[in-house]
Design a protein around this ligand. Structure first.
Ligand SMILES: Nc1ncnc2c1ncn2[C@@H]1O[C@H](COP(=O)(O)OP(=O)(O)O)[C@@H](O)[C@H]1O
Ligand SMILES: [Mg+2]
Length: 340
């Protein structure tokens, strides 16, 4: 498969830290795999191994049909990499940066120029093309970095946390660019800490935690694994949370999660609308006023929680810090880092 990515049993240790503990991955040609995991899970190490920047202690990898360990140079000619930290020359303009990359890849001067113009257009950087990139905003740098990785249209792309640190608007813009890119048939492995991003961009999602892939599938498949729908209730009064939680526990088929900050309680259920009506009646009987109630399908958040076993209180805290729905609110699970 000329455009596929395949890895088996990748292990990488740094001193006594086992960064990769046997990573297996399969990305069919022309598809997008989202490597989803908290900070320290092993995402960057995986990308570095697959892009020849790091040699795994053991395991095998084939990228674009080429053995990564045996023919790293050939692999490099067939991939594009956009790193976690944008790698552009601060003192060159956007246009100069892109032309330089083209020259590095042995394009003739005219071809490098033409390619730079195309990319400036595609990444909405024409207006800023003649400014030194040190004057660029974070979002513009990310776009330029991505453009630089695409100068020679590689069949396989790697992007390590392409939107981390971007504001929601820039994130959206970049998603559009990435979607365009993959609609052209590029195989993409993308890492992210943002469930929403994986949900949005990836055909398949591999959840990594502590150096291992703990689950892989489409967003729907992963959601199906965590069971059916959820009842979600927002109570009007904070002091009603414990009683409401007791009611939900009575109806639930799993753990009830509580977000103190938003007064939201969630529990997995089976029984649909009929059950929902019963829950409402019971809450009413107990004198609990509700602001909102409904049935919803599990989100990737639920999936992540159930797979990694992170307690719901942690999510509640994270969400509590920023209830805006901005994925940036779901920052890395510090607890995991501490556990290392
Ligand atoms: N060069 C390195 N030296 C020592 N430890 C490292 C190095 N690179 C990564 N690690 C450790 O390996 C683990 C995985 O890191 P990384 O792959 O960067 O995770 P992620 O990208 O998912 O946040 C972490 O515990 C990290 O501290
Ligand atoms: Mg990383």
């Amino acid at each position: 498969m000329p455009g596929a990515i395949h890895a088996e049993g990748l292990v990488k240790t740094f001193g006594d830290v086992k960064a990769l503990d046997g990573v297996d991955l399969d990305v069919p040609e022309g598809t997008v795999l989202g490597l989803l995991g908290p900070n320290g899970a092993g995402k960057t190490t995986t990308v570095r191994c697959l892009t020849t920047l790091l040699r795994p202690d053991s395991g095998t990898a084939v990228v674009a049909g080429i053995d990564v360990l045996k023919h790293p140079d050939a692999v490099r000619r067939n991939i594009g990499l956009s790193g976690q930290f944008a790698a552009v020359d601060e003192y060159l303009t956007g246009r100069e940066n892109l032309q330089m990359v083209g020259r590095l890849y042995q394009l003739k001067a005219a071809a490098a120029k033409a390619r730079a113009e195309e990319l400036l257009e595609q990444f909405h950087l024409v207006d800023a093309a003649d400014r030194p990139t040190k004057t660029y905003s974070g979002g513009m740098r990310r776009r330029l970095d991505l453009a630089a990785a695409l100068v020679v249209s590689p069949p396989v792309m790697f992007m390590d946390e392409p939107t981390t640190g971007l504001d929601p608007r820039n994130r959206q813009q970049l998603w559009e660019v990435i979607k365009q890119l993959v609609s052209g048939g590029t195989t993409l492995l993308l890492t992210t800490q943002y469930l929403e991003e994986a949900d949005h961009l990836a055909h398949d999602i591999a959840v990594v935690d502590q150096g291992r892939v703990i689950a892989q599938g489409t967003s729907d498949q992963l959601k199906a694994r965590t069971g059916g729908e959820r009842v979600e209730v927002v109570v009007h009064e904070r002091e009603h949370i414990p009683t409401a939680a007791e009611v939900l526990r009575g109806f639930g088929k799993g753990d009830t999660t509580v977000e103190e900050h938003t007064r939201k309680l969630t529990v997995p259920v089976t029984g649909g609308a009929k059950l929902l009506a019963e829950v409402i009646r019971e809450l009413d009987t107990r004198g609990i006023e509700i602001d909102d109630i409904g049935l919803r399908r599990p989100t990737l958040d639920d999936v992540f929680l159930s797979l990694t076993g992170h307690v719901a209180e942690l999510t509640a805290e994270e969400n509590g810090a920023n209830g805006s729905g901005d994925p940036a609110a779901k920052e890395p699970r510090q607890q995991k880092e501490a556990a290392k």
